[in-house]
Write a protein that binds this ligand. Structure first.
Ligand SMILES: Cc1cc2nc3c(=O)[nH]c(=O)nc-3n(C[C@H](O)[C@H](O)[C@H](O)COP(=O)(O)O)c2cc1C
Length: 346
């Protein structure tokens, strides 16, 4: 049986993200513009540093999650299985890729279910796109089906206007999105998180989302995977301006965290998070947890589950070393003015 168009697109996304240069070229995640203030009289005992935290009421071992990536195509099943095992071993949340394909037919349901089957009881996040949320007449029953399919603990809605604009089969039309989100957040059984896919969420956008009842914002800023690059490659076109479009991850965290004084929400830093230094800086800027997508996809396909587990564990050894050197016993202590813009450190 031939693949559906959606399944084909998902397969192309995986292939391009593994084989080609789809990283931002001129823009960074912005975190490189900061550094920590060294604390020479630290009395922190490294072994006593506790980096476990809570995610929507559930205890997790690291302030980190595996971002939503794939599902809905044959290639996704093995990837999702391995990422889910890694999430279980690390005791961290994991997201599935867009579940839109699961609404089209049941052929690829196993590519999503495999996550819950292997992730044990760690938080699993469902995923659907803003275009579907804005236009569907049955969005509540559709989301309920998707939540049940993977026993999701939260539902992620991805907002991706740049990707929709450049994607050959894209639907750049989110009319009615906020109204639909306001209804969804009242009616579905799990919290709603909204994420970008690499162009970032501004404070203005985040405020409207929080007013609509959203409980988590994943900024997914610029500096890592450029979805414009991916879609332009699929069309065999180039456009240097839109390829580099988007708000750096650091800018999004620094500005969106200001809304914490008025709203109770979980702030996730993602978009170009590639090591423990990026994670520590994100938390210092105000994020509750960090997340990565493509670096983990590359690790799990090139190497194996154990390598993903080792990679994340190593990243958090770096986080602990930074906590020691900055005199931070708890994750929250990292947020106490420990990070400086580099131009201040001269
Ligand atoms: C192969 C692949 C597929 C993705 N598919 C989805 C998706 O279906 N839904 C979604 O919300 N984000 C998706 N993303 C976006 C990521 O979750 C993330 O926001 C983005 O890649 C930026 O993070 P990074 O720089 O760590 O890769 C995908 C990413 C990759 C690499």
């Amino acid at each position: 049986m031939s693949k559906s168009k959606t399944a084909q697109r998902k397969a192309e996304h995986i292939k391009l993200c593994l084989a080609d240069d789809v990283q931002y070229k001129t823009k960074t995640n912005g975190l490189d513009k900061y550094d920590f203030e060294h604390f020479a009289i630290t009395e922190i005992e490294i072994d006593k540093i506790d980096i476990s935290t809570k995610f929507f009421g559930r205890k997790i071992s690291y302030p980190f999650l595996i971002s939503c990536m794939t599902g809905g195509t044959k290639e996704a099943e093995r990837i999702n299985e391995k990422l889910a095992i890694a999430a279980r071993e690390l005791n961290i949340p994991i997201g599935v890729g867009s579940q839109r394909q699961a609404l089209e037919d049941k052929k690829y349901h196993s590519t999503y279910r495999v996550i819950r089957r292997n992730a044990g009881r760690v938080p699993v996040l469902g995923n659907i796109g803003a275009a579907q949320v804005a236009k569907s007449k049955n969005i509540i029953s559709e989301i309920s089906l998707l939540v049940d399919l993977i026993e999701a603990d939260a539902m992620v809605v991805h907002v991706n206007p740049l990707q929709e604009l450049l994607q050959p089969e894209g639907e750049p039309d989110f009319k009615g999105l906020l109204k639909s989100l306001s209804m969804i957040t009242k009616k579905i059984s799990v919290p709603v998180i909204v994420k970008e896919v690499g162009s970032g969420i501004s404070k203005r956008a985040a405020k409207l989302l929080l007013e609509a009842g959203v409980k988590g914002i994943d900024v997914a800023g610029a500096g890592g995977t450029s979805w414009a690059a991916v879609e332009l490659m699929r069309k065999k076109e180039s456009n240097d301006y839109f390829r580099e479009w988007g708000l750096p991850t650091s800018y999004c965290i620094r500005t969106v965290q200001k809304l914490k004084k008025d709203f109770d929400f979980t702030l996730i830093a993602s978009g170009g998070i590639m090591n423990g230094v990026d994670i520590a800086k994100s938390i210092a800027l105000g994020a509750d947890l960090a997340a990565s997508a493509r670096p983990l996809l590359q690790e799990v396909t090139k190497n194996d589950v154990a390598c993903v587990v080792n990679l994340v564990t190593d990243w958090f050894e770096t986080v602990k070393n930074i906590m020691y050197l900055t005199g931070s016993q708890r994750l929250n202590d990292l947020k106490q003015n420990k990070l400086k813009r580099k131009e201040e450190l001269i």
